[in-house]
Design a protein around this ligand. Structure first.
Ligand code: ZN
Length: 241
C-alpha cells in the first residue's frame, strides 16, 4: 500500500508512531481527511487508508471536537471528546488525532514513560498556551520530566505566508512578528512561538523538530487560507510504538 504522509524522524526514533497526512492530487478529495456528517464520503476511504498505513483502524482513534480552546483530555479508550483541542494517552492501543488545515499540529512524546500527546494550536490555542498546558498536564498528572519529552511542530501556516492583522498580532511578542508591505499587517511565526512555549516548560531545544513545510504556499498540503471554506483537512496522528 502506498502511504501519503510526512513524519518526524525525531519522534520515530524516540519510539512514537507519528504522521501528518498530505494532499495527494489524483486521490478522492485530494486525500482529504475531513470528517463529514455522512461517514461514507471519499474521506472515509482516505481515513481508512491513512489509519491502516499506521497499523490502526477507525475503532482505535481518539479525537476531539476542536474549538480552538485549551481543554486537554486523557484518553483510556477510543472516543471523541467534546470541545477538546488536546489529547493525551499511555495506551498503546490508541491513535490520537488532530485535524488541521493551516493550524499547527503539535505532537509530543515522553520517551521514558511512553506518554503520547497531540495538540491543536492555531493562533487562538497558542495564545491560550495549549502546548505548554499539555506539558504541565504530563508533568503534574503522570510525573513526566520535560527533558524526556520530544516534540514535533508539524506542517502548518509558515511565517513566509501567514499574514495577520493587529487584532491577532497584539497577542504575540514582536520577536515572532515580521513586517509586511501592507499597513497594519504582520507575518506571524506561529511555529516558533509554540517552540518557545515548549522551551519555557523545560523541553530542551534539541528535542523539538519544527516542520519546514508551510501549508499555505506548499501545494502538497491542504490550506484553509489558500483553498477557502472548501479546503480539505489533514490529520496529524501519534501513537506509542
Ligand atoms: Zn508559505
Amino acid at each position: 500500500m502506498k502511504t501519503h504522509y510526512v513524519q518526524s524522524g525525531l519522534l520515530a526514533r524516540a519510539g512514537a508512531i507519528n504522521a501528518v497526512s498530505v494532499r495527494v492530487e489524483g486521490k478522492p478529495a485530494a486525500f482529504s481527511m475531513k470528517r463529514n456528517g455522512s461517514m461514507d464520503g471519499p474521506e472515509t476511504e482516505n481515513r481508512k487508508e491513512f489509519f491502516a498505513s499506521l497499523g490502526f483502524d477507525e475503532s482505535s482513534v481518539v479525537r476531539g471536537d476542536q474549538v480552538h480552546g485549551d481543554n486537554i483530555e486523557v484518553a483510556n479508550s477510543a472516543l471523541t471528546f467534546p470541545e477538546t483541542d488536546g489529547l493525551l494517552t499511555r495506551s498503546k492501543k490508541l491513535l490520537l488525532l488532530i485535524s488541521v488545515a493551516d493550524c499547527v499540529p503539535v505532537l509530543l512524546f515522553n520517551r521514558k514513560l511512553e506518554i503520547a500527546a497531540a495538540v491543536h494550536s492555531g493562533w487562538k490555542g497558542t495564545v491560550k498556551n495549549i502546548a505548554g498546558k499539555a506539558i504541565d498536564l504530563m508533568s503534574n498528572e503522570l510525573n513526566s520530566s520535560p527533558e524526556d519529552v520530544v516534540a514535533f511542530i508539524g506542517p502548518s501556516a509558515g511565517v513566509c505566508c501567514y499574514e495577520v492583522g493587529e487584532d491577532v498580532a497584539k497577542y504575540f511578542s514582536p520577536k515572532f512578528l515580521q513586517p509586511t508591505f501592507t499597513a497594519g499587517k504582520s507575518k506571524l511565526d506561529l511555529k516558533s512561538a509554540i517552540a518557545s512555549q515548549l522551551i519555557e516548560k523545560g523541553i530542551p531545544k534539541g528535542n523539538i523538530e519544527l516542520s519546514e513545510y508551510c501549508s499555505i504556499c506548499n501545494p502538497n498540503f491542504h490550506s484553509f487560507r489558500r483553498e477557502g471554506e472548501s479546503s480539505g483537512r489533514m490529520l496529524a496522528a501519534i501513537a506509542i510504538k
